[in-house]
Write a protein that binds this ligand. Structure first.
Ligand SMILES: Nc1ncnc2c1ncn2[C@@H]1O[C@H](COP(=O)(O)OP(=O)(O)OP(=O)(O)O)[C@@H](O)[C@H]1O
Length: 242
């Protein structure tokens, strides 16, 4: 692992019962990189990011984050994790949800107020702060989950399909924010099905059936396969049509 490696996955396998869902995964994500995991449903993306976030463990192999074997509670505090299904208290308002999670991360007083204001601006929900989350749309809940993952200014963001259900304009502005965070040194790992989102990643791992079928920058992948789009490159590497 070199000095700027932030996340290292070495020979990781994962089985649920007899079913092997991750098979010999090797992957390094560099500090400050926006790294994408792209692949069809069931490829193993969520299983892999859960290990990086420290909430699941491999059957064999090593997952190391910030030079520390995972899971590790101290490192987990330095990660912002946005799961695929929203973990929100739907009977509370957005502000009450943010307040609760900010408390878990040890934010207090004016710093807490400032962070709550800022993350809600990022996801364009400032006007909806006092609404009960039960009355939020699916896309609004996704945005609130993203806001929560950003609250404690984590050095690493692990985002599982962060923009599902979010309209294209807001999706653009969220990506602009991710690019800003990356320029400030935040490492971002994002899973996606969406090709134009994958195109925005600095590097990608294409996954299928628990295996990585290609790793590289979107441009390198397109050049290597002489494909005009990332979707065509994915198919050329042996990905399934979706
Ligand atoms: N707890 C579990 N028990 C049994 N099988 C599981 C479990 N979690 C995941 N799987 C299986 O592992 C495989 C990979 O699932 P995973 O959710 O990681 O894929 P994914 O690429 O994230 O898919 P999606 O894009 O639909 O979220 C699937 O076949 C899934 O059914």
């Amino acid at each position: 692992m070199n000095q700027s490696t932030c996340i290292s996955i070495q020979s990781v396998d994962k089985s649920f019962g007899k079913k092997k869902v991750l098979d010999s995964i090797d992957l390094n994500v560099q500090t400050s990189e926006i790294f994408g995991l792209l692949g069809p449903s069931g490829a193993g993306k969520t299983t892999l990011v859960r290990m990086i976030a420290g909430i699941d463990t491999p059957s064999s192999g090593r997952v190391t984050v910030l030079n520390t074997p995972m899971p590790d509670l101290t490192i987990m505090q330095r990660i912002g994790f946005m799961a695929q299904s929203d973990a929100l208290y739907t009977e509370l308002t957005a502000r009450e949800n943010l307040d609760f999670f900010a408390g878990i991360y040890g934010l207090r007083g004016s710093k807490k107020a400032e962070r709550i204001k800022r993350v809600m601006e990022i996801v364009n929900l400032s006007e909806e702060m006092n609404k009960v989350v039960r009355n939020y749309s699916g896309g609004m809940k996704r945005r609130l989950s993203l806001a929560i993952s950003l609250l404690h200014e984590p050095e690493i963001l692990v985002l599982d399909e962060p923009t599902v259900g979010i309209d294209p304009i807001l999706r653009q502005s969220i990506w602009a924010e991710l690019e800003k965070l990356s320029a400030q040194g935040v490492t971002i790992l994002v899973t996606t099905h969406v090709m134009d989102e994958a195109d925005k990643c600095h590097r990608l791992a294409m996954m299928r059936d628990g295996k990585i079928i290609a790793i590289g920058s979107p441009n390198d992948m397109k050049e290597e396969t002489q494909a005009s789009s990332l979707e065509a490159a994915f198919l050329a590497y042996g990905g399934a049509a979706r």
